[in-house]
Ligand binder design. Structure first.
Ligand code: R1P
Length: 353
């Protein structure tokens, strides 16, 4: 596999020299002035409040990754000619926009957790004209018999796992019964989840065409690496389901001696309740869920690289992490490029460097 760009990355003045999350120039970023909408704020230059990009800076085809370093590595390896524009945000996001085989694509360094994904999806869809396709390439803990490195594409859907605050506080005896009864008095139903420490949602399904294109493209990248210096052809693609948790520790069943998390049986519960559960991570469900709520504006899919088997504790060979990221990134670009999107921006309408 050729994981290097065809030529050395060329830093566009004032853009690629900055790391994602670096302080952007000017004081307009993230500063709202009177007159901006309180429901959907934009700054004086039309930048959305947190992602801090304006129309023309984000493409219709978007790869979301959690780690800012992964975003940059994929950008340098996969954009045509190693050329791209970087748009940092004071809120920790980073947007990289360039071309992949002539098609405009963006990478968004998203950070961790569903609230960060919420900003990326809602603000990203707002600044882009036409339909969007978005894929997530993350890392995860492998569930069941998932082998670290075998990339999980969530073709069979995702659930959301949340810790229930009502349970936590009620179980500690700090519950105020009058306050707890207030919703019932107001005619609202009481949360049934007060009975359990964690809730597991129903499954949401990703876009089938995009998911299959992503899975096929990852498989092709793995096979193409055969015989290269970074041969990762021994790994394969798992088409399965995943679980997105609202934290890394308690809601993923990690036992902690300091905190009373009541999560000893959680991983087993997830595996029992979710058929073919292979990946446990922190963002994919929300991406897919928002795509379904987007009234046709956004199509989405998700893949994750298992770094560790939660059952055996065995970690992925550290030398294979970077090649898998680049293979996944190139596959994401290929899958995104294969989608037909109505009204998508042409290269000439985007800031590409
Ligand atoms: C936790 O270590 C982070 O890694 C996983 C989780 O979803 C969480 O964001 O994904 P990323 O590698 O994409 O960040």
């Amino acid at each position: 596999m050729d994981e290097k760009p065809s030529e050395k990355p060329v830093a566009a003045a004032g853009t690629t020299a900055k790391a994602a999350g670096a302080e952007p120039k000017g004081d307009g970023h993230g500063v709202m002035r009177d007159g901006s909408s309180a429901d959907f704020p934009t700054d004086a230059d039309g930048r959305v409040m947190h992602l801090q990009v304006r129309p023309g800076q984000l493409a219709n085809r978007v790869l979301s990754v959690g780690d800012a370093g992964r975003a940059r590595r994929i950008a340098e390896a996969c954009f045509d000619g190693g050329r791209f524009a970087v748009h940092p945000s004071t809120r920790g996001f980073g947007v990289y926009t360039g071309l992949f085989e002539g098609t405009p694509v963006s990478i968004v360094a998203t950070g961790m957790g569903t609230p960060m994904m919420d900003f990326v999806v809602r603000e990203g869809t707002a600044v882009v004209r036409g339909e969007l396709a978005m894929v997530r390439l993350g890392t995860c803990g492998g569930l069941g018999h998932t082998r670290p490195g075998n990339v999980v594409v969530a073709t069979k859907g995702l659930v959301l796992v949340r810790q229930e605050p009502d349970f936590v506080h009620a179980s500690e005896g700090s519950d105020d019964e009058a306050a707890a009864a207030a919703p019932a008095a107001a005619g609202l139903p009481m949360s049934p989840t007060r009975q359990v420490p964690y809730s597991i949602s129903r499954i949401v399904m990703p876009d089938a065409e995009l998911s299959e294109a992503f899975a096929t493209a990852i498989d092709a990248q793995l096979q193409a690496s055969k015989g290269s210096t970074s041969d990762i052809s021994a790994y394969s693609v798992t088409r399965g389901s995943g679980a997105t948790a609202d934290s890394f520790y308690a809601s993923q069943g990690r036992i902690n001696a300091i905190f009373d998390d009541r999560n000893e049986t959680l991983v087993g519960e997830i595996e029992k309740r979710v058929p073919d559960a292979a990946a446990l991570e922190m963002e994919s469900f929300h991406l897919i869920s928002l795509a379904k709520a987007s009234r046709g504006k956004l199509r989405a899919a998700a893949a994750t690289i298992p770094l560790v088997s939660r059952a055996s504790g065995k970690w992925l060979d550290a030398d294979h992490v970077r090649p898998l990221e680049i293979a996944g990134g190139r596959a994401a670009f290929a899958a995104l490029s294969s989608m037909t999107l109505a009204g998508a921006l042409a290269p000439a309408e985007l800031e590409l460097e």
